[in-house]
Design a protein around this ligand. Structure first.
Ligand SMILES: [Zn+2]
Length: 310
């Protein structure tokens, strides 16, 4: 019989926690399944994660910079000698793909929705922080592209371990949600933000709300890894859905009252601030998100052009 202390030690051995430096921390969320939760003030940008299977590893997203990507690879190396066989880029934004070269050099096949391949080296120019130097542009224009693309869904196998990659519209029009059915874990990329105001630069918020409803149905009782913020649960998905729905309803209401532009944003900001002002990125994305949603609801928003390669 194992003593209580012994049992706790055993749990600790089975579920190790690893410190991974200033840019991100690793959190084990299932057998062989790890979330890499970023520090917003560090270099990593967007959350990542990885799944260790029977014969290899799949990595979900590669951060905003090759330095934390190399740190992630070395954390994986501490846990398993198995090769990194796949990287899934959940979408094209730079904070999720700018470590691709680290994993491509390690032999991984990069997998993504078809539009990610079309947009990674072009649309990402607009994601660069100013000043946009020739060096930064050249880096974007040489990002390793996905070499395996899909349209609606694709399954990856790490030996007997299945990983489902599914397209959901809303955040960019090329977003993948990656689930590990045997661990009831789902990596949402930027289809889910936990207590962080989302970047709506490419968003179709109406489709996004519908996708969140579909995801709740599809992944119900899972552990949810958002693209930004801590590991989440089903309640967090509802809270995030409410942000998008509140924003849409508010923009519609003010448009109905004849407001537009700065006046419309000024009318909505106090309400958003009182409900969501403590969220990360509020000052970065709340106001511009109102403007982007106004354009969307007017039918005037510019979206990245859908890939024509078939
Ligand atoms: Zn992101």
């Amino acid at each position: 019989m194992i003593s209580r202390v012994g049992a706790l030690l055993l749990v600790f051995v089975v579920w190790p926690l690893a410190a991974a430096g200033p840019d991100f921390r690793l959190q084990q969320i299932g057998k062989g399944v790890w979330a890499a939760i970023v520090n917003d003030a560090g270099l990593a940008g967007g959350n990542a994660g990885f799944v260790i299977g029977d014969d290899g590893v799949a990595v979900i997203d590669t951060f905003q910079d090759p330095r934390p990507a190399r740190a992630l690879l070395s954390e994986i190396r501490k846990l398993t000698p198995l090769p990194v066989r796949f990287v899934v880029n959940t979408h094209y934004h730079l904070d999720h793909v700018n470590g691709n070269d680290v994993f491509a050099a390690a032999g991984a096949t990069i997998v993504a929705h078809r539009n990610v391949r079309a947009w990674m080296r072009t649309e990402n120019i607009k994601m660069l922080d100013p000043p946009v130097t020739p060096e930064k542009k050249a880096r974007v224009q040489s990002l390793p592209l996905p070499s395996l693309v899909y349209d609606s869904h694709v399954d990856l196998y790490l030996g007997s371990r299945r990983i489902n990659v599914r397209y959901y519209p809303g955040h960019t029009g090329g977003d993948s949600v990656v689930s590990v059915p045997d661990a009831q874990v789902v990596f949402c990329g930027d289809m889910l933000w936990k207590q962080h105001v989302p970047n709506l630069i490419d968003a179709s918020t109406g489709a996004w709300v519908e996708s969140l409803d579909a995801m709740q149905k599809d992944y119900g009782a899972s552990t949810w890894v958002p693209g930004h913020g801590d590991v989440a649960n089903g309640q967090d998905v509802l809270v995030f859905r409410r942000y998008l729905a509140d924003l849409r309803a508010g923009v519609r209401r003010e448009q109905g009252a004849g407001k537009s532009g700065a006046a419309l944003a000024d009318a909505l900001m106090p309400g958003l601030r009182s409900s969501y002002g403590k969220w990360g990125f509020f000052n970065d994305y709340a106001k511009v998100g109102i403007e982007q949603t106004e354009q969307e609801l007017l039918g005037k928003k510019r979206f990245p052009p859908i890939s024509s390669e078939r």
